[in-house]
Design a protein around this ligand. Structure first.
Ligand SMILES: [Ca+2]
Length: 231
């Protein structure tokens, strides 16, 4: 069903991206039974979540990849003028076994909201290949993709984000691993100062892209577009 693949908002650009090269980027495990670690596989690395094999009488387990909302720009106020975030995107890989379910989770510590990323395996249809998933954050799209409250409550939560996570439910009793890479947050190019020309914009992207990599990830200039998609 094509309607289950959210389109990237018009004018969106990568604001910040984690590539898990040699580090978990502060991510941790939540939920039940999932261990989260950095994997050297897949180029320069990815985030790996693993369920161990179960015995004869297995039970359903839902674990969570939890983003670091203190050290990366994934926590705080998404409604501020300096953080006009419009979507998350990330790449997902199921090694050998498709998950039973895959859900995006956001919270302000009290109110939890969820987006079903892969209803009935309609998006991630095959194991052992990468899929890019988009998580729209516009309250106007809330009723189409999210549950846990109302669009207004969702918008309020976006002003005080404390939890960003990807929940995965195991499929069967065997050991199974799932991978996340290039986890990125998109902002709205239309809301930052407009360049006078495309060439001007390209130049600033190169300048600030270079600066950004030297200054570290806490620099949050609205011009700080990544220079290239890293592996
Ligand atoms: Ca990577």
């Amino acid at each position: 069903m094509l309607l289950l693949a959210p389109a990237m908002p018009v004018g969106a650009a990568v604001f910040y991206m984690q590539t898990f090269s040699g580090t978990t980027e502060g991510w941790s495990a939540g939920g039940d039974g999932l261990t989260v670690s950095q994997s050297p596989d897949y180029g320069a690395g990815a985030l790996e979540g693993t369920f161990q094999a179960q015995g004869r009488y297995g039970q359903p387990q839902t674990g969570e990849f939890l983003a670091d909302t203190s050290g990366a720009p994934f926590g705080g106020d998404y409604n501020s003028s300096t953080n006009p975030y419009v979507a998350f995107q990330f790449d997902f890989y199921a090694a050998g076994t498709l998950p039973s379910s895959l859900t995006f989770h956001m919270s302000d510590g009290a109110n939890n909201f969820y987006m079903v990323l892969d209803p009935q395996n309609s998006v991630i249809q095959s194991p052992d290949q990468w899929y890019t998933l988009t998580v729209p954050l516009s309250p106007g799209l809330y009723n189409q993709y999210w549950y846990g409250g109302t669009a207004n409550q969702f918008s309020n939560m976006l002003s005080h984000v404390t939890t960003v996570g990807v929940e995965v439910t195991r499929n069967g009793r065997g050991e199974q691993s799932y991978y996340i890479d290039n986890f990125r947050i998109m902002n709205d190019l239309l809301l930052v100062p407009e360049p006078t020309s495309g060439l001007f914009w390209f130049g600033w992207a190169l300048v600030f892209g270079g600066l950004r990599s030297k200054l570290g990830r806490r620099q949050r200039s609205p011009y700080a577009l990544p220079a290239a998609r890293a592996s």
